[in-house]
Design a protein. Structure first.
Length: 415
C-alpha cells in the first residue's frame, strides 16, 4: 500500500498549485498515515469494528488518486422533494455546485482555503489521510446575527465511474455570534466498494446554533467514515442527529469541545441495519468550563449478521462545575447473529456535577408481540409497531419539525 500511496500522492502534487509550505504539510500528513496505516482493533477506539480488515475484505487494494479536472453531470433526481433548501453537491469527491439562492449573499462567505487551519495534534490516521489527499478545503462562514432562511443539504454522491477509490473531502464552518445554521448531509451512492473519508470542522461563536442531520438511508456497498469536530463558545448549541442505515460500513465520530459557559451539545442517533452491515457511532463530549450540558441518545435495530457499536465518552474538566451530562444507548437484536457493543465512559474531575450513562440490549418482547396479535395484528405488524415506537423516541428529539417529518417519512415511522 505504501508504494501506491506515494504514486498517487505524486500524481496529485503534479496537478496542483500548492505553495511550498502547503506541500510540506501534506507530505507530513502522508508520512504520518504511512507510519500508522489504517486503524485496526489494536487501537482502543477501533476495537469493535476493525476498518483495516473491513477494507481488505470488502475492497482489497485502494487507489488514492482521483482526477478532479473534469466536471461530473448532476442528476437532479437525487434532490430531496418537499423541502426548499440550499445545495452543495459532491460527486465522486469533486464539488460540483454551491447554491445558496435562498439566502442574503452578503450574509454568507464562502472561501477556498487550500491549507490554513488543520488539526495538527491528533492520533487519528484517517484525519492524516484526509489532510494529505483532500483536493480543496472550502470554508463557509455565517455572518453575525444571521439565520439561514432554508436548510443546506450537502449531497454526497458517487456514480459507477469510480471503484476501489479512496475519496477524501473536508469542509470548515464558522457560525459567527448569534447566527444559526441547519445542515443536512444526504448520502446517495450508485458506486460500490469505495472508501469515503469526510472531515468537518465547526466553530460556533457566542449564542450561535448548529443543527446537523446526517442521513445514510440508501443501500450501498461503500465504506464511510465521518469526523465532526465542534468548538463551542458561550451559550452556543449544537444538535447532531445521525441516521445510520444504508452503507455497508459507516463510522460517525463527533468530538465536541464545550469551551464557553452555558454551551450545550445534543447527539442523537439511530442504527437501522439490515443484513450484514457494520456501523458505529463514537462521541466525545468535553465539558471544559462551568454550566455546560450534553445529552446523548442512541437506539439500534439490528438485522441478521449486522453489527453496531456505540462508544460515548463524557469528559468533565476540574473547572467544569455544574456540568449536566446524560448518555443512553439501547438496542433491539432481531436475530441471534446480530451484535451490539457499547462502551459508555465518564471521566470526571469536578465534584459538583450531574452525569449518568447507561446501555441495554435484547430482543423484542414476545409478550408484547402476543398482546398486539391478540388485538388483531399479524406477527410482522406487531414487530413493526414495536420497532416504530422504539425508534420514534429518538426521532422526536429532533427540534426542527420540518426536518423531523422528512426523516420520519424517509424511514417509514408513524405517530
Amino acid at each position: 500500500m505504501t508504494e501506491q500511496l506515494q504514486i498517487d500522492f505524486d500524481k496529485i502534487i503534479k496537478s496542483s498549485d500548492l505553495s511550498k509550505k502547503d506541500l510540506e504539510l501534506k507530505r507530513k500528513y502522508l508520512k504520518k498515515f504511512i507510519d500508522k496505516g489504517f486503524p485496526s482493533r489494536k487501537q482502543e477506539n477501533w476495537k469493535f469494528l476493525d476498518i483495516n480488515q473491513i477494507i481488505k475484505k470488502n475492497i482489497g487494494d485502494l487507489s488514492f488518486y482521483n482526477d478532479y479536472s473534469l466536471p461530473n453531470k448532476i442528476d437532479a433526481s437525487i434532490f430531496v422533494d418537499g423541502l426548499e433548501h440550499n445545495k452543495i453537491i459532491f460527486i465522486n469527491g469533486r464539488i460540483e455546485k454551491i447554491d445558496f439562492n435562498y439566502e442574503d449573499k452578503n450574509k454568507i462567505e464562502i472561501s477556498d482555503e487550500i491549507e490554513k487551519k488543520v488539526l495538527l495534534e491528533n492520533e487519528n490516521s484517517l484525519i492524516d489521510l484526509n489532510n494529505a489527499f483532500t483536493n480543496k478545503i472550502f470554508k463557509i462562514s455565517i455572518k453575525e446575527n444571521y439565520s439561514l432562511k432554508k436548510p443546506l443539504i450537502i449531497y454526497h454522491t458517487t456514480d459507477k465511474k469510480i471503484k476501489s477509490k479512496s475519496i477524501n473531502l473536508r469542509l470548515d464552518f464558522e457560525l459567527e455570534q448569534n447566527s444559526s445554521f441547519k445542515l443536512i448531509d444526504f448520502f446517495v451512492d450508485k458506486s460500490d466498494t469505495n472508501f469515503v473519508n469526510i472531515l468537518y470542522n465547526f466553530n460556533l461563536k457566542k449564542d450561535s446554533i448548529l443543527k446537523n442531520y446526517k442521513i445514510d438511508k440508501f443501500e450501498n456497498e461503500n465504506l464511510k467514515y465521518s469526523f465532526n469536530n465542534i468548538e463551542q463558545e458561550t451559550n452556543s448549541v449544537s444538535e447532531t442527529f445521525i441516521l445510520s442505515a444504508g452503507s455497508n460500513y459507516f463510522k460517525n465520530e463527533v468530538n465536541c469541545n464545550l469551551k464557553g459557559e452555558y454551551s450545550s451539545a445534543f447527539v442523537n442517533g439511530v442504527f437501522s441495519l439490515k443484513e450484514n452491515k457494520q456501523h458505529e457511532i463514537r462521541t466525545t463530549i468535553n465539558h471544559l468550563v462551568e454550566n455546560t450540558k450534553s445529552y446523548q441518545l442512541i437506539k439500534s435495530v439490528l438485522g441478521k449478521l449486522s453489527k453496531a457499536a456505540y462508544q460515548g465518552k463524557i469528559f468533565v474538566n476540574s473547572k467544569a462545575q455544574k456540568t449536566d451530562g446524560y448518555q443512553l444507548s439501547k438496542a433491539i437484536l432481531l436475530d441471534e447473529t446480530s451484535e451490539f457493543n457499547a462502551k459508555p465512559e465518564l471521566e470526571i474531575y469536578a465534584d459538583d456535577v450531574k452525569c449518568s450513562h447507561g446501555s441495554a440490549s435484547g430482543s423484542l418482547n414476545e409478550n408484547s408481540i402476543f398482546y398486539l396479535m391478540s388485538r388483531g395484528l399479524s406477527y410482522q405488524q406487531s414487530k413493526e409497531l414495536l420497532i416504530n415506537g422504539f425508534l420514534l423516541d429518538v426521532i422526536e428529539k429532533i427540534t426542527d419539525s420540518e426536518i423531523k417529518n422528512l426523516i420520519k417519512n424517509m424511514i417509514g415511522l408513524k405517530e
